[in-house]
Design a protein. Sequence first.
Lengths: 246, 302
Amino acid sequence: MSSGAIERFDNKARETFEHLGQNTVYRGELLRHPVYTRVLHWTVALFFFLALFTGFALYSPFLFHWITPIFGGGQLTRTLHPYFGTAFVFFFAFQVLNWIRPMLWTAADSRWMGNVKKITTGEEKMDPPETGFFNAGQKVLFWLDVGGSVAYIITGTILWAGAGVFGATAVAVSYVIHDLAAIVMVGGILIHIYQSTIGEPGTFQSMVRGAVSEAWAWTFHPAWYKEVTGRDPVQACEEARRRMAK
Amino acid sequence: MPDRKALQAEMISGHSGPSSGLGMQRDLEVCKLVDTTTCIGCKACEVACVEWNDMPFSLTTFDNTYQTMPETRWNFWNLIKFNEHQNPDGTIQWLMRKDQCMHCADPGCLAACPADGAIVKYANGIVDFNQENCIGCEFCVSGCPFNIPRFNPATKRVYKCTLCSDRVGEGLEPACIKACPTGCLKFGSKDDMKFIAEERSKQLRDNFGWKNAGVYDPQSVGGTHVIYVLHDATDPERYGGLPKNPTIPWSYKLWKQLFKPVLGAFAIFGALGIFIHHVTTGPRVAQPEPPKKDGTDIGGSY
């Protein structure tokens, strides 16, 4: 599929979904995620967690045997897990199409990563001015999930078909890779959930009603703020500070 | 299993002085001996297995051999494998080997199984599946070097030979042993079976011209509780793919015993780290923050 075709598909999908839901953007706010993005995000999240929790029960029934009754017992948990996983990868593929352009890695992201310690310790109150629609951390999670999904497809197919089709060695190796991919993804998701809720307040609403405050935008995604409003983020922040002090 | 001590002699009536054999006991480990040199391929063991374990009829497959079906099935645990082997001198050997679970001392299925209590190895050497705990993930299939566990799609559980653990627990021999008409199948303690097998191998080597006759009890899985006497122990593959060096995939041992708990601990510490970050560093908030209040704080008396 050429990039033009992807663009046309995404635009059509976004247009269609705008009629199915609505964005609530109050004065002083910016639209961040349209309906299509939000629906995709939560569909992916739903199947991710269904696959994750059925996966927990398979990873260690010793610890997670209490999960299996929720899915109808050990055997049904095992049966459902690959379907949940397939659904996750399927919907995530649309999310990849939707986000592949803003998720491309740039030199600014490498600089952001070099600065990551100051950002996580709160030393830098605002993100670097060149931080765009997604910051480097979000891009790392995105590409980690892309890599993980590829690993899931390959190893998951082998595990699903079983030793009878692919041989015992293939299953034994796939089992380890499948687990590793899951552990890496869980680590990423834990940080993602933290950052998008209590870690950076004001973020969660962007995935619920689609909007963020302008202050949020110039603090965490200054280059994106500049792109959509045409105003300088640092200057806007200083103006707000002066208004507040009055 | 009866208590091991119950079978030891403690006192002997009308016996003066120290009695011989006090405190001695037989080996607890059981073993099935299959002498492939005296098997006649009558399949009585196959029928006995299906009968005793009350398994439903299974359609047979005819593929121009005497073999009932190509592989064992979830409801057919005991299969005589018929193989025609051509020797270098042009002569033909018709080999018959009873294929079933080998009941390894170091079971690969058990190492691979993630389900709590689905596979159990008893002190007497029997490796048994508890289907009520089986989740049907089929990892045991890939962990088994003998290709034995079989998945039943209808019940979503895995089945295999139990070495008639129900019969052995009551002091009976397995059903297949009871049915064998030639004495090619024997059942007893591992020591005894090993002894008989070695004697028979020696007999085959010395008196029957089978220079390479020997016992199949692969040490790569810690020995098995089903052992074979083979005409040629140097080439077990010819007996329907009996592996010369059966091994358990390394990943199961290394991954499950080391990395799984270590990485699981990492995940817990990761979640803990996020919590600590939140209570120490705190959230990053949109700038500018409201100006700090100066003067005395009001409220918070308790």
